[in-house]
Ligand binder design. Structure first.
Ligand code: IPT
Length: 267
């Protein structure tokens, strides 16, 4: 038996960790995994990937591509002959999904920094066309707004360490008054740390940083990264279990919690 995984770029840490875990849990259940990776021309190529998997007799597919609810519904409607489970949609969307709660981890990270006394926040979000990125940003902004705080700057990166590096340089140049940076994922946080080190900005003494993901490398950044932990291994396990359950129709979607992991990059 074979299940399919249609995924966004495996050059990114989170999707590659998910792919590894999906393989692990599928193998344990006696299934092979066929992986189809796409990252451009999204709509067309998702269906291409699904068709390619269907031609190899795959009937159950996990889709880890950021999708608006309407797009995910269209994919679901156009592929009624197979079972599609989505990993990167708004968890309240009606399609079959296993996703993280976008609000709880973001809220916890802002509250943590507020309790430490921070009031000047710079926000480095992921790309605007990723629903997860937008929901994280929205939750940061809402939590800050409840305290009457408007961030000193909001910049969008593309999830890569390189974009984190250049965004941090821009922040230092244009709005250097921030004392804390909320970052949409740990890879961008890695780039931010590198830029601050280069400019002799002490972390966390001068600037605190909180990331998002807690991928396997994040505890080994310097300083070790305080971050919102997504249990990607659990997400993968739940996804495989949901996909392989006998009574798929009756199996509800599942929302997983995200929690703050405190290490050394914020004080
Ligand atoms: C999401 C990661 O948090 C982010 O770092 C980036 O890798 C993105 O995936 C790529 O699409 S995790 C996803 C399951 C919401």
């Amino acid at each position: 038996f074979t299940i399919g995984l249609v995924t966004t770029s495996l050059a990114l840490h989170a999707p590659s960790q998910i792919a590894a875990s999906v393989k692990k849990y599928a193998h344990q259940a006696g299934y092979q995994v066929l992986i189809s990776m796409i990252d451009e021309d999204v709509n067309q190529s998702i269906q291409d990937s699904i068709n390619e998997l269907k031609s190899q007799r795959v009937e159950k597919v996990i889709i880890n591509i950021p999708l608006e609810s309407a797009e995910a519904e269209r994919i679901y409607e156009n592929n009624r002959d197979i079972l599609c489970l989505f990993l990167d949609v708004d968890p309240t969307s009606p399609v079959f999904n296993v996703c993280f709660n976008p609000a709880d981890g973001s809220r916890a990270s802002v509250e943590y920094l507020l309790n430490l006394g921070h009031r000047e926040f710079a926000l480095l979000a992921g790309p605007d066309d990723s629903v997860s990125s937008r929901l994280r940003l929205q939750s940061w902004q809402e939590t800050l707004a409840e305290k009457g705080i408007v961030p000193v700057t909001v910049i969008h990166g593309d999830w890569s360490a390189k974009s984190g590096y250049y965004s941090a340089l821009q922040m230092l140049r244009e709005t250097p008054q921030f004392t804390a940076i909320l970052v949409g994922n740990d890879q961008m946080a890695l780039g931010v740390i590198s830029a601050l080190h280069q400019h002799n900005v002490a972390i966390p003494q001068q600037v605190s940083i909180v990331g998002y993901d807690d991928t396997y490398d994040s505890a080994f950044f310097h300083p070790a990264l305080t971050t919102v932990s997504l249990d990607l291994d659990l997400q993968s396990k739940e996804a495989v279990e949901h996909l392989l359950a006998d009574n798929n129709d009756g199996m509800p979607s599942k929302i997983l919690p995200a929690r703050l992991v405190v290490r050394n990059s914020a004080s």
